[in-house]
Design a protein around this ligand. Structure first.
Ligand SMILES: O=P(O)(O)OP(=O)(O)OP(=O)(O)OC[C@H]1O[C@@H](n2cnc3c(O)ncnc32)[C@H](O)[C@@H]1O
Ligand SMILES: [Mg+2]
Length: 173
């Protein structure tokens, strides 16, 4: 089985590899466009980014499964939520989607995103670190290291592979 990951971000690549650790698989990672804003601003847009990456990866990488993982934010009456979505695409079914961690961003960070900045550089600035998005992620910073971006996206990938195997067993037509 050849699995194409639609990103070169090492946190996402590690997450997909550990999410598929039960299967015998070959992994290829390619940078595919998300087709949405660099900073998606709703669940809907973040989901669409994940799907576009999964389908793009599957087609460009000539594989059996394409995986897209996308980080975004979602405005609520409580404040700005960080949201995370994943999609799994194959050649013979509609993409499967699954969501990951959601939590409120501090107002100081949220305000900068509303003014048009991207979370990646804002997090580096806020945490006084480099490449937060490739390592612990915002989730790692704001959970005091209890859950990092790799673990969070591993959970999303496992939700995808679990639904995929269920689909293969019960829903395949
Ligand atoms: O190379 P790609 O795959 O694009 O990886 P990315 O880190 O840019 O991740 P996304 O495009 O999925 O995320 C959209 C934006 O939100 C940022 N972002 C999302 N989740 C984050 C996190 O947990 N920590 C830091 N930045 C995050 C990210 O850097 C982008 O600016
Ligand atoms: Mg990005």
């Amino acid at each position: 089985m050849k699995i194409i990951i639609g990103s070169k971000n090492p946190a996402k690549i590690k997450a997909v590899k550990s999410g598929f650790s039960q299967q015998e698989a070959e992994f290829v990672s390619i940078d595919v466009p998300s087709g949405v804003n660099a900073q998606p601003f709703s669940d809907e847009e973040t989901i669409q980014g994940a799907i576009n990456r999964a389908v793009g990866a599957l087609n460009q990488g000539n594989g059996d499964i394409g995986i897209g993982l996308e980080g975004g934010v979602h405005e609520t009456s409580h404040g700005l939520l960080l949201c995370n979505w994943g999609a799994l695409a194959t050649h013979n079914m509609e993409p499967i989607i699954a969501g990951g961690a959601r939590f409120l961003l501090p107002e100081e960070v949220a305000a900068r995103l509303r003014l048009g900045e991207e979370l990646g550089p804002v997090m580096d600035d806020y945490a006084k670190m480099k490449n937060v998005r490739k390592h612990e992620g915002a989730v790692g910073i704001f959970t005091n290291g209890m859950i990092n971006r790799i673990e969070m996206f591993t959970h999303v990938t496992t939700l995808l592979t679990g639904q995929y195997t269920y689909h293969q067993k019960h829903l395949r037509r």
